[in-house]
Design a protein around this ligand. Structure first.
Ligand code: MN3
Length: 207
């Protein structure tokens, strides 16, 4: 049984960056539906006890193409949203910048934190249609930027890298508040991205 994370903050705690109705709908309906559909698909395919990262990495082992597609879409939706919501914090509580090894790696790979944000923002804004932009790491601690359509991610795409930060650019993530202005949402989102949480995920991937 795959479990959707409970939000570690109130649904209004990310305002004014993300409004309460968007958080309620996004977590309470969209993310919940992915989770419910993943659990149904996983049970049907007999993979309900697998680790989600292993499941997404090994979709080629699923023999029925319809099952594989359902697991890719709903497993990705479950996983990507768990990551997204778990890296956000109210603006007053979040850590503004990474420290330690992650900070060093960002500077080495992208030049600076600001340059990194510009690059991932451009990927997020440039993703045609629905999808995500990701910062990922490998076990050696190297960092990778990418964007994916739909609910795909670097794991289901077979890169072997693990996402540590995810920017949701499906319209349901921003449309109620930002309407068609995806770039404004992506820019404002950094006000609630908590580097303390991103660092903790990075340390898990690298350890
Ligand atoms: Mn979403």
């Amino acid at each position: 049984m795959f479990k959707q994370i409970e939000l570690p903050y109130g649904t209004n705690a990310l305002e004014p960056v993300i409004d309460q109705l968007t958080v309620e709908t996004h977590h309470g309906k969209h993310h919940k539906t992915y989770t419910d559909n993943l659990n149904a698909a996983a049970e049907k395919a007999g993979v309900q006890d697998q680790d989600i990262e292993a499941l997404l990495a090994d979709l080629g082992n699923i023999t029925d193409p319809a099952d594989a597609k359902a697991l890719r879409n709903n497993g990705g939706g479950f996983y990507n949203h768990n990551l997204y919501f778990s890296t956000l914090s109210p603006e007053s509580e979040k850590k503004d910048a990474p420290t330690g090894k992650l900070a060093e790696k960002i500077d080495a790979a992208f030049g600076s934190l600001d340059a990194f944000k510009e690059k991932i923002n451009a990927l997020a804004v440039g993703q045609f249609g629905s999808g995500w932009a990701f910062l990922s790491a490998n076990q050696a601690g190297d960092l990778f930027l990418s964007a994916s359509p739909n609910q795909d991610n670097p794991i289901s795409e077979g890169t072997g890298n693990i996402p540590i930060l995810a920017i949701d650019v499906w319209e349901h993530a921003y449309y109620l508040q930002y309407k068609n202005l995806r770039a404004s949402y992506v820019k404002e989102l950094w006000r609630v991205i908590d580097w303390k949480k991103v660092e903790a995920i990075y340390e898990r991937v690298v350890a």
